[in-house]
Design a protein around this ligand. Structure first.
Ligand code: 5GP
Ligand code: MG
Length: 181
């Protein structure tokens, strides 16, 4: 049974599980014998990363970044990317793990910030891709699901820090926006 604030389940728990397994196989095949540093984008990617890393038959490290955008109104602002802790990234193969890509601005900004740390390579895996919303050119190497332009929550994605725990990805009901539950 879906949460009462969910209008429709878009990707079920079983579909996610199967796709994460498939993504792990694709990723492992392209990094054979390598030691990969997963770069999780907080907070939305925490569940996806947790599931993915446990399916990956590779030597891995896990680090996190946070991306915040400073902007007035609807104008896209400056993106501030914070790398948590003091991880060694130079010469490493980085795989950015993101929950969803929309305009593409976050992913482009995150890649740019990581490039300054002189890694050997940077690739990206996103669970959900709102392809039709793209505003900037951003290459995604591994994609879970292409999704429509709806506001999605669950499996790490939030609305005001709620709904992250839902084991599926769903479309949030309009009524859930109007008042704090
Ligand atoms: P972009 O920079 O690609 O426009 O935006 C990516 C970020 O916007 C995601 O990491 C996520 O934080 C947020 N975002 C975009 N679409 C959705 C959505 O449908 N639901 C939620 N919860 N966040 C979204
Ligand atoms: Mg995100």
């Amino acid at each position: 049974m879906a949460d009462r604030d969910i209008e429709r389940v878009l990707v079920t728990q079983d579909e996610i599980r199967a796709r994460v397994h498939g993504l792990a196989e694709e990723i492992a095949a392209s990094y054979t014998g390598k030691d990969v540093t997963l770069v999780g984008v907080l907070t939305g990617a925490f569940i996806f990363l947790a599931d993915l890393v446990r399916e990956l038959p590779l030597r891995t490290k896990v680090v996190f970044v946070r991306a915040r955008s400073y902007g007035a109104g609807s104008r896209p602002g400056e993106l501030l990317v914070e790398i948590l802790g003091r991880p060694e990234l130079s010469g490493r193969d980085l795989l950015v793990v993101e929950d969803i890509v929309d305009t593409g601005r976050s992913l482009v900004g995150i890649k740019k910030a990581l490039e300054k740390r002189a890694p050997r390579s940077i690739r990206t895996v996103v669970l959900l891709d709102k392809e039709e919303r793209r505003e900037v050119d951003c290459e995604v190497d591994f994609t879970g699901f292409v999704v429509p332009d709806e506001f999605l929550v669950g499996y790490g994605l939030d609305y005001a820090d709620r709904y992250r725990h839902l084991p599926y990805v769903g479309i949030l009901s309009r009524s859930a926006y109007s008042g704090e539950a």
